[in-house]
Design a protein around this ligand. Structure first.
Ligand SMILES: Nc1ncnc2c1ncn2[C@@H]1O[C@H](COP(=O)(O)OP(=O)(O)O)[C@@H](O)[C@H]1O
Ligand SMILES: [Mg+2]
Length: 839
């Protein structure tokens, strides 16, 4: 228990309360008490009474505000209009303390939360001094005396959100396995720039170290800023840019396409550093997105790496120069050569290393490639070779073109020293996007000239030569990749050797097979593990789908297969794009095509694009009838039933579809289909408040689903059955069913489903006299809804509110409510199932 408390306090945000004494001193004081009760005395700052006479109060305020993460500004009735001795508004005086506090918070991008008291309204921008205009756009909290406790709880919950969201948002920079050679001033200067600019682009030629520098800086950004890294080199289609960025931030593209607005809403007030790595090939799309994001989201800062600047207003450009050869470059060479035979041992060697670094223009990538040669030659031998080779290049030239040539020659040199088999493997590996594991390397590289049995060793020899990188993948599996520059080089070689077609075909075939295996496994108990595996290979799936390695029919099969993965990961935009493209590549009616159409319909439905969903589903239905695919016909009808009862609440139409599907399923005597149809009918009954019919159909559906092991359908049926029981007042039954739904779904459960379940379980707990448990569950559900932005006000929730009454004042009840509001999704699931260890 004690331990938990310390951890909580360590995470408390530092809060500064700004207010006007003759406006809202009393309210501010009361709020202060509530905040220190939650976050501890050391986390909340209010008065500048303590300023020493003679100290410059401006400095003191700046320091106090700057050291905070949140500024709560208490606004009462007089806040805007209070006048000074001369009759002018205080707010218009640049020396006004309150004005300065807010100004500092705006300038320093500190989260700003207006708290409206005494029934005051949020000031409009035109009532504020121009420089404070942005304050008017902040989300305000109204705190009324009648609901003081409740309103303050809400405010507190929102202050806790940045810390909580951080866990959701954070996508930490990958762990680097090689040492970082400090680029003294770059790191400091870029960090400084990031404090004052909202977009900083690291610009420089390939191999100069932009990515590495960005990752290093991202790793050093302190709380409360959360850092998300998006690697763009493998993303080919600019249409996927904003959804890829949104997904990386943890946003699901549920009800609409992800655009800058949606991302801004998701980030809300959290301070986020977004790192967009390798933007060059999507430069226009990235520039557009950055411009929109910066306008829409004041708490966001972007660090980009690119060969050229984005040319966006307000962009700060930091040119990444090669490493200074006397110091950093030599250190890099020695670091990388240390484990090899010929590390620089004496002064003559040191001089030679210095010369190598100069010849290589201080380019880190070129230096790494050369250092890898320290295995077979001494630095002095290397100088001799480089001199011959680079004589034509001229030396120490600082132009971009010259550096490009230098890097090219360094790569050429490295490449020439490879054996023929190594060259083949290297070239073939370049078809991978976003890395590969050994199994995939074997599948793609084993062909003429290379034996499957030798591939593992060849890959390791390429690692040794710094042409391939290594890192730890999911569950300890080794994962490799080619740096972007080397991948481009490899692709050129591949095309030159024999065309890249066969390698692309092997790549596509491997990932089609993986998609099929993984999707089948994903339906079993290891769902999370397989989802993560597929996540790692997202870029390879994309490449396989679009790289021309698949026949139209196979492409359709792959897109259809991946639909389940996209669905589970809420990647609807991506799914619609690829399903649409695969469907457009041919028009031969087939079972597969009808399946893909239903997949597309489902993805559209998930984004509330009901017209499109219905059109695609009808197309599928007709095709199934034409080609005699009876099973597909049932599935299309069932899906049409789902679509139509969601669209206009057209229950008659929905019921007609569901009944037709049911008749066919009976005729086919297929238990799985039968269960689905009965479930659909049960849901329609429930919507139409035909409780008895609903219960009958859902119970049969659940029993059938249980028999054939369809866990998802068992859980879905239990959820609805639980709600049916709860509305009838049978709360024990409801609790049991909802727990069953939750334990069936486990990690696959969606936040919306958890919230629905928690409401029911809270009711059951209240009924059983477990008041604190009920309060905690209700608070957890509220927090989840708030996070995903689902509307509240379901039937069950109203029942729950009636039952629990207004928030209690007892400390136990307050603690329970705080605990619930704090829970992450998995924690809430564990608590709901009474599985959390420390209870
Ligand atoms: N400061 C550094 N310390 C250690 N290694 C570095 C440093 N800068 C670059 N490198 C290495 O040089 C290679 C190329 O760097 P990278 O950041 O990928 O270049 P860019 O993004 O500019 O093309 C990578 O292997 C990287 O790890
Ligand atoms: Mg890079």
């Amino acid at each position: 228990m004690g331990q938990r408390l310390t951890r909580r306090q360590a995470q408390a945000p530092r809060i500064f309360i700004s207010y006007r004494r003759d406006d809202a001193a009393g309210d501010a004081g009361r709020l202060y008490d509530a905040l220190i009760a939650r976050f501890g005395k050391g986390s909340v700052f209010m008065d500048v009474d303590t300023i020493q006479p003679g100290a410059d109060y401006r400095d003191v305020i700046n320091q106090a505000v700057e050291s905070c993460e949140v500024l709560v500004t208490v606004i009462g009735k007089g806040w805007l209009s209070l006048a000074d001795g001369a009759g002018g508004r205080r707010l218009d005086d640049p020396g006004d303390l309150v004005r300065q506090e807010i100004q500092t918070a705006l300038d320093r991008k500190i989260l700003l939360v207006p708290a409206l008291v005494q029934g005051a309204h949020m000031p409009r921008a035109d009532q504020l001094p121009t420089s404070l205009g942005r304050l008017a756009r902040r989300n305000a909290f109204e705190i009324s005396y009648a609901r003081w406790q409740y309103d303050v709880e809400r405010l507190i919950a929102s202050l806790e959100q940045p810390t909580e969201k951080k866990r959701v948002l954070r996508h930490t920079p990958a762990l680097q396995l090689t040492s970082f050679v400090d680029r003294e001033s770059d790191v400091d200067e870029v960090k400084k720039l990031l404090r004052s600019q909202r977009l900083v682009t690291l610009v420089g030629p390939s191999g100069v170290g932009k990515t590495r520098l960005a990752m290093h800086i991202a790793g050093e950004i302190p709380r409360p800023i959360s850092t998300t890294v998006v690697e763009l080199s493998a993303l080919g289609d600019p249409a996927l840019l904003s959804s890829t960025v949104g997904n990386a931030l943890g946003l699901r593209d549920e009800s609409r396409d992800i655009d800058a607005r949606a991302i801004a809403d998701w980030i809300a007030g959290s301070r986020v550093l977004l790192v967009l790595d390798n933007c060059e090939h999507l430069i226009d799309a990235v520039a557009g997105l950055c411009e929109d994001l910066l306008a829409a989201s004041p708490s966001l800062t972007i660090l980009a790496t690119s060969g050229e600047s984005l040319r966006v207003r307000g962009e700060a450009i930091w040119r990444v120069e090669p490493l200074p050869t006397r110091t950093a470059a030599v250190r890099l060479f020695n670091d990388r050569a240390r484990l090899r035979r010929h590390a620089a041992g004496n002064e003559a060697d040191t001089a030679a290393v210095l010369e190598i670094c100069e010849r290589l223009d201080g380019l880190p990538l070129a230096i790494e490639l050369a250092a890898a040669r320290a295995e077979v030659m001494s630095p002095r031998e290397m100088v001799a070779r480089l001199t011959d080779r680079f004589a034509l290049l001229g030396s120490a030239s600082r132009s971009r073109e010259a550096r490009h040539r230098t890097l090219r020659s360094a790569i050429d040199w490295s490449h020439e020293l490879l054996s023929p088999a190594e060259r083949l493997v290297f070239a073939r590996l370049s078809v991978f996007a976003g890395g590969f594991d050994l199994e995939a390397a074997e599948a793609v590289c084993a062909a003429d000239g290379v034996d499957r049995a030798d591939i593992a060793e060849t890959v390791w020899r390429l690692v040794d030569k710094s042409l391939v990188t290594v890192r730890q993948g999911h569950e300890g599996r080794t994962r490799h990749a080619l740096l972007e520059t080397l991948r481009e080089y490899g692709l050129e070689r591949l095309v030159a050797i024999a065309g890249d077609e066969t390698a692309r075909q092997r790549h596509a075939a491997h990932f089609l097979a993986l998609a099929e295996t993984a999707t089948a496994r994903m339906r079993g108990p290891d769902v999370m593990s397989w989802l993560t595996r597929m996540e790692e290979d997202s870029d390879n799936f994309r490449t396989a789908l679009t790289g021309g390695g698949l026949e139209p029919a196979a492409r359709l099969r792959m897109a259809s297969t991946l639909t389940e993965f996209w669905d589970k990961r809420s990647r609807y935009t991506e799914a619609r794009l690829y399903l649409g493209e695969a469907l457009a590549a041919s028009n031969e009616p087939s079972v597969m095509r009808a399946t893909a159409l239903r997949g597309l319909a489902l993805m559209a439905w998930s984004q509330s694009d009901f017209d499109e969903a219905e059109a695609r589903c009808r197309e599928s239905l007709e095709m199934c009838r034409d080609i005699g695919d009876a099973k597909g016909e049932v599935l299309s009808l069932e899906q049409l039933a789902q679509i139509s009862h969601k669209t206009g609440g057209d229950f008659a139409q929905a019921r007609a579809f569901a009944n037709e599907a049911l008749g066919l399923a009976r005729h086919l005597d297929d238990q799985g289909l039968l269960a689905r149809c009965l479930f659909r009918l049960g849901v329609i009954d429930w919507f139409e408040e035909k409780q008895a019919d609903a219960a009958g159909n859902l119970e049969t559906a659940a029993a059938l689903a249980e028999q054939i092991g369809d866990d998802d359908l068992v859980a879905a049926s239990m959820l609805v059955l639980g709600h049916l029981a709860a509305t009838k007042g049978e709360l024990r039954v409801a609790g049991a069913r909802l727990s069953r739904a939750l334990s069936r779904w486990r990690e696959q459960v969606s936040p919306r489903q958890v919230a629905l379940i928690l409401d029911g379980l809270a009711l059951a707990a209240a009924d059983a006299g477990e008041g604190e448990r009920a309060t905690c569950l209700a608070a957890a559900s509220r927090a989840i809804r708030r996070r995903i932005g689902t509307p509240t006000g379901s039937r069950l929730q109203r029942l729950l509110e009636e039952r629990l009454g207004p928030p209690r004042k007892s400390s136990a009840s307050r603690a329970a409510s705080a605990r619930g509001a704090h829970m992450t999704l998995p924690a809430a699931v564990a608590y709901a199932l009474r599985e959390d260890a420390d209870d």
